[in-house]
Design a protein around this ligand. Structure first.
Ligand SMILES: [Zn+2]
Length: 354
C-alpha cells in the first residue's frame, strides 16, 4: 500500500518535471515533492511507525525515489538554464545595426589640405623640414642678427642636445651642448630647400611651429604656419600679389583683394605686411574688421640676397618672394572662430562641429 503510494508520487513527479518550462516551475516542484510539507516527507516521517521488516523494504525505496526526483529536477534545471543562455546569445539578424562612430579630420587639417590642394593646382611643390631645428637654420641663415629679440628664451623653446652621449654617464662636466630649438617659424624650410635645389621653383611649406609665450584668444605656444617661396630670374612683388589674390579667392570662394603695407623682416628686402579685404563685409567696413574693411593676414617680401648667399646662390642672380601666415588665422576667418585656443583645447563640443 505505502509502496504503491511512493511509486505513484514518483510517476507524477517525473511527469510534472518533464512538463516544466522554467526554473521557477522546477523550484515549485521541488517544494511540492521534496519540501518539508510534501506528501513524500510525511511518508518518510511515518516510517518510524512501521515494523522492522517493512522499514527494511520501504526505507531504501523511499530514499532511492527521493534521490531520483532530486536528480531529475537538477537535470531539468540544467537544460532550461542552457536554453536561456542560448536565447541570450541569439543574434537577431533583422535588428537595425548600431551606428559606428567615425572620427573626422581636425579643422586645421581640413584647412591645411585645402591650402595644399590650391597651391598644388597652381604648380607649387610641398616642402617639409624638421620641427626641431638648429639655431643656424632658424635664425642665422635667415639673416636674423644675434641680438634679435626672437632669439630670446622668451620667444623660443630652446633645447639642450648632447653632442657626445657616451661621456654623459661618467663625466657630466664633459657634456657639450649645441643650440637646438623648436622652430618658431617655418622659414628654415626655405634655406634647407634652396641648399638642395636650383631656381626656378615654387614651393609651399606648411607646418607646426612653437613659441615660448603666454596664450590668449589670439596666441598659442603651438600653431601652424604656412609659407610660400617663389624664386626665379625676374620674380617681383607683383607676382606675389597676383598669386596671393588667386589663392585667397579660391580659398574663400569669392573675389578677394590683397593690400600690401611696408614692414620689416630680416629675411626679406623690401618687406610687407599684407591684408585681405574683409570676408564678412567685402570691404565696406563691419564689426568683424573694426570698420576698416581689411583683415590683417601675414607677412611677405622679396627674399633678402643674404639668404640666397647662405643657401649657395650667387648674389643678385635670382629674385624671389616669400610669404607666410598662420593657418589658425585663416581657419578662424573661414569658420568665424574667436579663440585660437579652441583648436588645441581638445574640447569635443568644438571639434564635432566640423
Ligand atoms: Zn568687415
Amino acid at each position: 500500500m505505502l509502496e504503491q503510494k511512493i511509486l505513484n508520487i514518483k510517476t507524477q513527479a517525473l511527469e510534472d518535471i518533464e512538463k516544466a518550462q522554467s526554473e521557477k516551475e522546477l523550484l515549485d516542484l521541488r517544494v511540492k515533492y521534496l519540501g518539508r510539507k510534501s506528501e513524500f516527507n510525511k511518508i518518510l516521517k511515518s516510517l518510524k511507525n512501521l515494523s522492522l521488516e517493512e522499514k527494511k523494504k520501504i526505507g531504501p525505496l523511499a530514499n532511492s525515489v527521493k534521490k531520483e526526483i532530486d536528480e531529475e529536477i537538477k537535470k531539468a534545471e540544467k537544460i532550461i538554464k542552457s536554453k536561456v543562455d542560448l536565447e541570450k546569445e541569439k543574434i537577431d539578424i533583422t535588428a537595425p545595426g548600431k551606428k559606428i562612430k567615425r572620427g573626422h579630420l581636425h579643422p586645421l587639417t581640413i584647412v591645411q589640405n585645402e591650402i595644399e590642394n590650391i597651391f598644388v593646382s597652381m604648380g607649387f611643390e610641398i616642402a617639409d623640414g624638421p620641427e626641431v631645428e638648429t639655431e643656424f637654420y632658424a635664425f642665422d641663415a635667415l639673416n636674423i642678427p644675434k641680438d634679435h629679440p626672437a632669439r630670446d628664451a622668451w620667444d623660443t623653446f630652446w633645447l639642450k642636445a648632447q653632442t657626445n652621449a657616451d661621456d654623459t654617464q661618467t663625466n657630466t662636466d664633459k657634456i657639450q651642448y649645441k643650440s637646438v630649438l623648436l622652430r618658431p617659424h617655418t622659414s628654415p624650410v626655405q634655406v634647407r630647400y634652396m641648399q638642395k635645389n636650383q631656381p626656378p621653383f615654387r614651393i609651399i611649406a606648411p607646418g607646426k611651429c612653437f613659441r615660448h609665450e603666454a596664450t590668449d584668444a589670439s596666441h598659442e605656444h603651438t600653431f601652424y604656419q604656412f609659407e610660400a617661396l617663389v624664386v626665379g630670374d625676374d620674380i617681383n612683388a607683383g607676382h606675389f600679389k597676383y598669386i596671393a589674390e588667386e589663392f585667397f579667392s579660391k580659398f574663400f570662394k569669392k573675389k578677394i583683394k590683397v593690400r600690401l603695407r611696408p614692414s620689416f623682416f630680416p629675411f626679406t628686402e623690401p618687406s610687407f605686411e599684407f591684408d585681405i579685404n574683409c570676408t564678412v563685409c567685402g570691404g565696406k567696413g563691419c564689426s568683424a574688421c573694426q570698420g576698416t574693411g581689411w583683415s590683417e593676414i601675414g607677412g611677405a617680401g622679396m627674399v633678402n640676397q643674404k639668404v640666397f648667399e647662405v643657401s649657395g646662390y650667387p648674389k643678385n642672380k635670382y629674385q624671389g618672394f616669400a610669404w607666410g601666415f598662420g593657418i589658425e588665422r585663416l581657419a578662424m576667418i573661414k569658420y568665424k572662430i574667436d579663440d585660437v585656443r579652441l583648436f588645441h583645447g581638445g574640447d569635443l563640443r568644438f571639434i564635432k562641429q566640423f
